[in-house]
Design a protein around this ligand. Structure first.
Ligand SMILES: Nc1ncnc2c1ncn2[C@@H]1O[C@H](COP(=O)(O)OP(=O)(O)OP(=O)(O)O)[C@@H](O)[C@H]1O
Ligand SMILES: [Mg+2]
Length: 338
């Protein structure tokens, strides 16, 4: 029997700075993530909670308005809802600045048009969100946070976020190789045309001509930095000492099937969940026959859940009378009286 009281979850996670909360739609990811963050903060542990779900509800659960910038909720708790539109705009503005560094100015209107269209290309928002997520991940320790908790969108999205750093790293590698080849060709061309590089047509020295290769180096530098960011994030995500992946589910057939698939996909990528939270359980002692039947059905499914996930600690969470809103109510979810 691997069922554990919920307060044991915070004890299990207390030494793990990075926590991802994933699972099927509507099972209680945001509630669990916000409850963990509120609890750690209530214990005086500086915590940052980041929602990567474009359909945000973290602000609603925390009873406050959040944005793409950090909002201070109390001295120990900051929260962010990553906004894909803002992040994509900032990302493409940065790409444009980089390209401007080495592209022929006549080409810029075409390039700008291409970038404008790329903003709505499939995967663009995901890539930009991922970069932002990785930035928060690698800078959290410097920001003085003891925990950074990610409230994610339904399962598929979470899994992609977790495995994307490696894919993006490989993709950036490809771009860098291409840049290097082009840089080599440029340097040969420049070498053949040494006069035009150092002097103008009348032979007047032009020391500014050497700015082009510098800008080129700058562009490569941006890519190198991005690659390094993905490398570091990938290392952190795969480090079981630092990162915990929590899968939330309800005691229902579809969430059970989806959680099984999620674990398989995580394992294919050398990742493993640290714990499974089974949420919205109905108290087994019911007087009403309808609720009694539902509670009995859940108990049967709990047996399946325990059998299927015998390798992982499972934490049951009972359905509360009302939605759990605000840091105080959320953090109480982990106290033994609930
Ligand atoms: N243990 C619980 N007791 C009572 N209400 C709960 C409990 N867990 C979650 N809820 C309620 O269920 C609804 C869905 O929860 P939540 O938003 O946390 O799920 P989610 O997995 O983040 O959903 P989404 O996939 O839409 O992001 C919310 O209204 C929440 O308040
Ligand atoms: Mg949610």
């Amino acid at each position: 029997m691997v069922l554990q009281p919920l307060k044991a979850l915070v004890a299990q996670l207390s030494t793990q700075p990075i926590i991802f909360v994933g699972g099927k739609g509507g099972v209680g990811k945001t509630t669990t993530a916000a409850a963990l963050a509120s609890y750690f903060a209530s214990q005086g542990r500086k915590t940052l909670i980041v929602s990567t779900d474009p359909a945000h509800s973290l602000g609603d659960v925390l009873n406050t308005r959040l944005s793409n910038e950090k909002t201070v909720l109390n001295p120990y708790l900051d929260a962010i809802e990553l906004n894909p539109d803002i992040i994509v705009d900032a990302h493409f503005a940065q790409v444009e600045r980089t390209i401007k560094g080495y592209a022929n100015p006549d080409m810029m209107p075409k390039i700008r048009e291409h970038l404008r269209l790329s903003k709505s290309a499939p995967g663009a928002q995901e890539a930009a969100m991922l970069e932002s997520m990785c930035q928060h991940l690698v800078t959290a320790a410097d920001g003085g946070y003891e925990h950074i908790i990610f409230d994610t969108a339904p399962t598929g999205h979470t899994l992609r976020l977790l495995v994307l750093p490696e894919m993006m790293g490989a993709w950036t590698d490809g771009l860098l190789a291409q840049q290097r080849r082009q840089a080599k060709l440029r340097s040969i061309a420049t070498h053949l045309d040494t006069n035009s590089r150092h002097t103008d047509k009348k032979g007047v020295p032009n020391p500014f001509a050497k700015h082009t290769p510098d800008r080129w180096a700058q562009a490569v530098n941006v890519l190198e930095q991005r690659k390094e960011l993905f490398r570091q994030a990938g290392l952190l995500l795969h480090d079981r000492v630092q990162t915990a992946i929590i899968l939330v589910m309800t005691a229902d057939i579809l969430p059970l099937a989806e959680t099984k698939r999620a674990i398989e996909q995580l394992e294919e990528n050398n990742l493993t969940p640290a714990a499974i939270v089974v949420n919205q359980l109905i108290n087994p002692a019911q007087t009403d026959p309808f609720w009694q039947q539902r509670a009995d059905r859940q108990q049967q499914l709990m047996n399946d859940i325990e059998r299927n996930f015998s390798n992982y600690p499972i934490y049951p969470v009972y359905l509360q009378q009302t939605d759990i809103r605000g840091t105080e109510a959320l953090s109480k979810l982990f106290t033994p009286t609930v």
